[in-house]
Design a protein around this ligand. Sequence first.
Ligand code: FUB
Length: 320
Amino acid sequence: MPETPLISHIYTADPSAHVFNGRIYLYPSHDREGNIPDNDLGDQYDMVDYHVFSMDRVGGPVTDHGVALDLKDVPWASKQLWAPDAAFKNGKYYLYFPARDKAGIFRIGVAVGDRPEGPFKAEPQPIAGTYSIDPCCLNDDDGRSWLAWGGIWGGQLQGWRNSHFDPAGREPADHEPAIGPRIAELAPDMKSFTGAVTEIKILDEQGQPLRAGDHDRRYFEGPWLHKYQGKYYLSYSTGNTHYLVYATADNPRGPYTYRGRFLEPVIGWTTHHSIVEHGGKWWLFHHDASLSGGRNHLRCVKVKELTYAADGRINPVPVS
Ligand code: FUB
């Protein structure tokens, strides 16, 4: 029986789920029809605002809290509000989001609000030291906060070497180590970094870096960090092979060891997700393009239960 989209009055994608005050809040992209032909740079993903959604439990009614941030209110951005995430600290809510700056380079910005549903007020500049797309924030149990991000192809990560952007940059050769997502520790203000931006290494189970030609396992975009039984889990999309996979580590910066695949390709080119615990169960929020009949840039959010094996492996989740 096909699963129902959680939200069907507008197109949504890239759902980042968090539990705030006992309620599940979703921070997705808001897809819209811009009549831009599909290409490998993702120009068709031409979003201009974010809505926040919430529910008191999975299966309960979903509330659309309306526009939480609009592109026109982000001083540094020019277009393409892609996959966001959110965090709570010191009485404030922080919305992290990527967009192209006025020069067409993806950066990551932050906007601050008093409530989980917003509205959020964008900082005048992107977070210093950021580039590329798909931020995700982990508030660790020890009080430290981490931001991971990055996406290749349209997300421009392949153009970045040593903090310098070369628009002609390409993925490494097949036998070379794959490009990894980036991570940095957020300063107490949650709007800047303390310490260095580092590349996350993802190794195979023999301790060797995943290779750029290993398209079934190498990092593409959409990182998500969560903790389960004291381990750090980095899950992500393999992009052009359309899998959701994960790796684990003993500290947030890694290195991570590849552990497996948990979602097969869905309808539509992209696959993007988050994982959250609520009501004594773990949940996978993700998207597909079923609501639009398979149009890649008009997607819808879904949710499925996620379970772990006794050894901490994530059990594969059936596609619907
Ligand atoms: O929604 C635009 C982009 O598509 C996201 O940033 C990627 O993760 C992919 O889902």
